[in-house]
Design a protein around this ligand. Structure first.
Ligand code: NAD
Length: 257
């Protein structure tokens, strides 16, 4: 058991990466606080964990709201007495996110508020709890687009993930002597609801697939395993890193046919 006696809070836990990670962390001994705005999905994740003899609690919180984030951390400490792992994973990819000319200010603001400010709030309210627990691990979900540009633009999303990565590095340095590690998970394109509803035609999917050396989309389960490594003591000398799990995209100049 790699997370025995640990308490982990996971935002975006109703679906995709967050759900798979919640289930995996619980199977590794963690007590899990599942956070989302999708209450039905969040409760389903909890049911999946409980039916597997795990321990989990669902909390409704919109990560773009400071008071919700303060509350989710308070609920974690109240329910389980402490917080050891904070996975700031909730995010959106807006259907009308395009290039700088076509993207509305409202789309920019919503994306930044959830994807970037949400991570800031997670850290703002999570770090004091991690300190109270004697340290811990923060994982922020960025993306491979924080490292590379794409010709299929999502200007707000890309900028938000770049911000998450930069913020992760600074947090890691500032809190390095407090036994708090902060790393970014940079997934490649995944076969989750978020991306499949954005790449909503075969042509769009194909356009993305041709750039992936492995020739397939990643799975949320594969990200959960990476998150488990970052959450556990297995990564004890790792902080401020961009942990890329992307089927080879960022290594490729030309991909095989
Ligand atoms: P997903 O859509 O399956 O899950 C995202 C979850 O976040 C959903 O349950 C959703 O309800 C929740 N959420 C949205 N807004 C929220 C808010 N304001 N407050 C709380 N919860 C909110 O998507 P996923 O692929 O599992 O994405 C998880 C993270 O991974 C996101 O940050 C995403 O940007 C990132 N990511 C995804 C991909 C991909 O290809 N799917 C690639 C790189 C990075």
């Amino acid at each position: 058991m790699r997370l025995e006696n640990k308490v982990a809070l996971i935002t975006g836990g109703s679906s995709g990466i967050g759900r798979e990670t919640a289930v995996l962390f619980a199977s590794e001994g963690a007590r899990v606080v599942v956070v989302d705005i999708n209450d039905e999905g969040g409760n389903e994740t909890v049911d999946m964990i409980v039916s597997n003899n795990g321990d989990a609690t669902y909390v409704h919180a919109d990560v773009s709201k400071a008071s919700d984030c303060e509350n989710m951390v308070a609920v974690a400490e109240k329910a389980y007495g402490k917080l050891n792992v904070m996975f700031n994973n909730a995010g959106i990819m807006h259907a009308e996110d395009g290039d700088a000319l076509s993207t509305e200010e409202s789309v920019w603001d919503l994306t930044m508020n959830i994807n970037l400010k949400g991570v800031f709030f997670g850290c703002k309210y999570g770090i004091p709890a991690l300190r109270r627990a004697g340290g811990g691990s923060i994982i922020n979900t960025a993306s491979f687009v924080a490292l590379m540009g794409a010709a299929t633009p999502q200007i707000a999303y890309t900028a938000s993930k770049g911000g998450v990565l930069a913020m992760t590095r600074e947090l890691a340095i500032v809190h390095a002597r407090e036994n708090i590690r902060v790393n970014a998970l940079c997934p490649g394109p995944l076969r989750t609801e978020l991306l499949m509803s954005f790449l909503n035609t075969e042509e769009k999917k194909h356009r993305r697939l041709v750039h992936i050396p492995m020739g397939r989309f990643g799975e949320a389960k594969e990200m959960a395993k990476a998150a488990l490594f970052l959450a556990s003591d297995d990564s004890s000398y790792m902080t401020g890193a961009d942990f890329v799990v992307d089927g080879g995209i960022t290594a490729a100049y030309v991909t095989p046919e």
